[in-house]
Ligand binder design. Structure first.
Ligand code: PLP
Length: 397
């Protein structure tokens, strides 16, 4: 049966303490026990509905985590204070010194820097490969490899990852497949395609209002229990806990995610087609001409479009800069990093969100200096933005 992540999230009613339709915000770091014995028991094992200390779990974070598990159709989830908190805790929980990771070479710059510069300090080696080349992935795996890491739709080139193909390799080798689904919530459900762990930077589409930084890890009960283990869990001991006020506001925003994703996708598709007609080099997997179009058609859920992210090649860095400056002046949107906001955001990844990747590597992966990445907004009439962009393009040429 086809999976509908939106129905999955909404098919749940909250009955708060006073019949509240939103769960109460847990404004407490610590929780009382009626007896020392009960406190001792929870140190031993998790007790349903019983809370100890908010770095471990608190009720509103649990509500949000449960909704995210329903979004990604996983058994369980954990929320974190940032997307990087989710990524670092996941890999540090799985890997120890001497272990290896096989990662896509086109990942978010912060992830790339964590893998390239930070993990080696802990004795963890990361081999970067082109995930499109399944044979290269297979041959990069050694007996020390613990996981394959990729993004469902990659940042910033919007390449689509063959999750079922990678899952087959991971299963054959007895390792885990970890997928960052930040660019495509609702559009792609990585766990249903064979991923073991699904990560989001909730800072982006899931929250959708660019007012906070947050992340999540969706996985099995066993993995989340490992992460939250009082004696050895990465989220428990490294401590990137999400504040309960934020958890409450993200949970409310999550309930409009399906409508927002549809509109982001509709607007992005319109712009991608118009850019293509103008002869601009455009990266958008919704276009028939895109090399990953057929793959995405096979992987995607029905009804949410091809996502709200697109990129164009403005030629060179200087032209990209001029175009972005003019677009901001013309109120197309903001010259800003990040994505998933209700206004259009644009940035030049080579000099911002992907600048951690050395220039030589950027060239190899096809990330040109003139690339402009757009997170398309929720404009009611996107033709207005397009007319303004066209005007800016004419002016700089
Ligand atoms: N994953 C992707 C694909 C991202 O684009 C980002 C941030 O831009 C992150 C992870 C990191 O998330 P955060 O900024 O919430 O730590």
């Amino acid at each position: 049966m086809k999976f509908d992540p939106s129905t999955s999230i909404h098919d749940y009613l909250v009955f708060g303490e006073f019949g509240d339709v939103n769960p109460s915000i847990t404004d407490s770091s610590t929780f009382t026990f009626m007896s020392p014995k009960r406190m001792e028991e929870i140190f031993d094992h998790e007790i349903e509905g019983c809370f100890l200390y908010s770095r471990h779990w608190n009720p509103i974070n649990k509500f949000l985590a449960n909704a995210l598990a329903r979004l990604e159709d996983t058994e369980c989830a954990q929320v974190t204070a940032s997307g990087m908190g989710a990524i670092s805790c996941t890999v540090l929980d799985i890997c120890k010194s001497g272990d290896e990771i096989v990662s896509s070479r086109t990942v978010y710059g912060g992830t790339y820097a964590l893998f390239k510069n930070f993990l080696p300090k802990l004795g963890i080696t990361v081999r970067f490969v082109d995930l499109k080349d399944l044979e290269a992935v297979r041959s990069a795996i050694t007996p020390k490899t613990r996981l394959i890491y990729g993004e469902s739709i990659s940042n910033p080139l919007l390449e689509v990852t063959d999750i079922p193909g990678l899952s087959e390799i991971a299963k054959e080798k007895g390792i885990l497949l970890v997928i960052d689904n930040t660019f495509s919530p609702m559009v792609i459900s990585p766990k249903r395609l064979g991923a073991d762990i699904v990560i989001h930077s909730m800072t982006k589409f899931i929250n959708g209002t660019s007012d906070c930084v947050a992340g999540c890890i969706c996985a099995t009960h066993d993995f989340i229990n490992t992460l939250t283990d009082i004696n050895s869990g990465a989220t428990m001991l490294l401590g990137p806990v999400l504040d309960s006020y934020r958890a409450a506001s993200i949970l409310k925003n999550l309930h409009s995610l399906h409508i927002r994703v549809k509109k982001h996708s509709e607007n992005a598709m319109f712009l991608a087609e118009e850019f293509e007609k103008l002869g601009v080099k455009v990266f958008y997997p919704g276009l028939r001409s895109n090399p990953d179009h057929e793959l995405l058609n096979k992987l995607m859920n029905d009804g949410f479009g091809y996502g709200g992210m697109l990129a164009i090649d403005a030629g060179d860095y200087e032209s990209a800069g001029k175009l972005m400056t003019r677009m901001q002046e013309e109120k197309v949107g903001y010259l800003a990093v990040s994505l998933g906001y209700f206004k259009t955001l644009f940035s030049s990844p080579g000099h911002s969100t992907s600048s951690e990747i050395p220039e030589e590597e950027q060239k190899k992966m096809g990330l040109s200096a003139g690339l402009v990445r757009f997170s398309i907004g929720l404009d009611n009439d996107i033709t207005i933005a397009f007319e303004r962009i066209k005007k800016c393009m004419k002016e700089i040429n």
